[in-house]
Design a protein around this ligand. Structure first.
Ligand SMILES: Cc1cc2nc3c(=O)[nH]c(=O)nc-3n(C[C@H](O)[C@H](O)[C@H](O)COP(=O)(O)OP(=O)(O)OC[C@H]3O[C@@H](n4cnc5c(N)ncnc54)[C@H](O)[C@@H]3O)c2cc1C
Length: 428
């Protein structure tokens, strides 16, 4: 039995702690936020997320999928909203295939409940300020008391997301640590479509709704309370941007022109637009992901991507599955587990980062064109007839957890698009 410290009790940390506990290890998680289950605070970032097959596999292996299925809404395809409020439909996959809208906070709470049942200890309001990698010690500052503590353990895993404190320590204190952080010119703002006057969904709840407008887009995912959470992906600067829509008149004129049918369903648009922040979107790539057998980065801490394939969390959950397989394979050789993990997963993290970025253009622009919808129909028909010869990229990424992200990217590459990628990533 080893002692693990996990920095961050978000989605990936909470799931990973269950995997580690099931293998008999003593896990303690330190989370900088208060406990989501007893405080009415946001779980951070997006309100709801699309969960697909890779994520489901991660949940199934520890038996939490059944609880989550009860609160997950299937979205069988996309519904595109034209400027004239016309609608077009595109199924995501075959009959029976869907991605699922889940609440980030709800999912995180279920995972934390289960983690505690498995014996994981969770401490809240504890922000990691520093990691002494040689000593395998993490330092935390308590937000409420101001008290600083040092926690030593056999291994530290940094599951603290895109702006990871553990990763920062690797950057500051190890030689030849590769790191890049790229911000998009677009950010996002969340808005709401509440239930209609009858208390029902105001739009079809079986789909992810998109208002593709070329250089920007609005999307909407259904929630269990029959509302939709909408996300506007929009440039920060420029003629039409978060910066330029700075008065109610300008904002409303723009929304009425661009999203007329959505505006009609958004009674609190003005309040939401000016109260909710415009948040940034970043892609983080780094390598290596580990320091000896002392510190490992997993989830967004290792590979933060943009949300346009709905895969960030799914990829993080898949990290947990792979990590568990490596614990099985390498027993107690933790250096080997950490090294093998980073070599295996780095190409997949890079591949989904590329795919997610490319999908932004598909979502905000291409899905609005009839030729694109026709192409998708032809692809689906062809793949149905010759499944052994060709699988659509979306199906490989979303519904085929046995196909690695790097393999999906490679197969796409062989059909004409230019992207590289190797199976195993080696250290310098
Ligand atoms: C707008 C948007 C939409 C998205 N939609 C989807 C989607 O549809 N499908 C999908 O699969 N993914 C989606 N993602 C990506 C997904 O949110 C992330 O990939 C996922 O949350 C990563 O989980 P994580 O646990 O690694 O990091 P996080 O969820 O960021 O969790 C990190 C945790 O660590 C804590 N923490 C941070 N710093 C410290 C510190 N110094 N000390 C202690 N604790 C700390 C944080 O409070 C947090 O609880 C979306 C992201 C965004 C921004």
């Amino acid at each position: 039995m080893k002692k693990f410290t996990l920095i961050g009790a978000g989605l990936v940390g909470s799931l990973l702690s269950i995997y580690l506990s099931r293998r008999g290890h003593k896990v303690t998680m330190y989370e900088r936020r208060p406990d989501l289950r007893t405080n009415r605070i946001s779980a951070g970032r997006s309100i709801n997320l699309a969960l697909s097959d890779r994520g489901w596999r991660g949940l199934e292996k520890v038996g939490v999928d059944k609880d989550i299925r009860k609160v997950a809404l299937p979205m069988k395809g996309r519904i595109m909203h034209g400027l004239d409020s016309s609608l077009s439909h595109q199924p995501y996959g075959k009959e029976g295939q869907a991605i699922y809208s889940v609440s980030r906070g709800g999912l995180n709470c279920v995972l934390m409940d289960l983690a505690e049942k498995e014996g994981v200890e969770i401490h809240y309001n504890e922000r990691c300020t520093q990691v002494d990698m040689k000593k395998s010690a993490a330092h935390f500052e308590n937000f409420t008391t101001g008290k600083m503590i040092e926690v030593t353990s056999d291994h530290i895993i940094s599951t603290d997301g895109a702006f990871s404190a553990g990763r920062l320590q690797m950057q500051l204190n190890t030689d030849r640590f590769n790191y890049s952080q790229t911000y998009l010119e677009h950010g996002y703002k969340e808005l709401t479509i509440p239930p209609n006057a009858n208390g029902d969904f105001a739009m079809d709840p079986d789909a992810l709704h998109i208002w593709p407008r070329g250089t920007f887009m609005l999307i909407a995912l259904p929630n269990m309370d029959k509302s939709f959470t909408c996300t506007l992906f929009f440039p920060f600067e420029g003629e039409y941007s978060f910066n330029s829509l700075d008065t109610e008149e300008k904002m409303l004129a723009f929304f009425n022109r661009m999203f007329p049918d959505a505006v009609a369903l958004m009674p609190t648009l003005k309040e939401d637009y000016f109260a909710n922040p415009a948040s940034s979107l970043a892609i983080v790539r780094c390598f290596p992901w580990s320091f000896e057998d002392k510190l490992l980065l997993i989830g967004d801490a290792a590979h933060a991507i943009v949300p346009f394939y709905g895969q960030g969390m799914n990829c993080g959950f898949e990290d947990c599955v792979v990590f568990d397989q490596l614990m099985e394979e390498h027993g107690d050789d933790w250096s080997k587990i950490f090294r093998h993990f980073e070599r295996l997963r780095k190409p997949d993290g890079d591949a989904i980062a590329d795919l997610a970025l490319a999908n932004f253009i598909e979502m905000r622009d291409k899905v609005g064109h009839p030729e694109f919808l026709l192409q998708k129909k032809i692809e689906a028909r062809f793949s149905e007839k010759y499944p052994e010869r060709w699988i659509p990229l979306y199906t490989m990424v979303t519904f085929s957890p046995d196909i690695r992200y790097s393999e999906a990217l490679k197969r796409r590459t062989t059909t004409g698009k230019n992207h590289g990628g190797s199976d195993e990533y080696s250290r310098h």
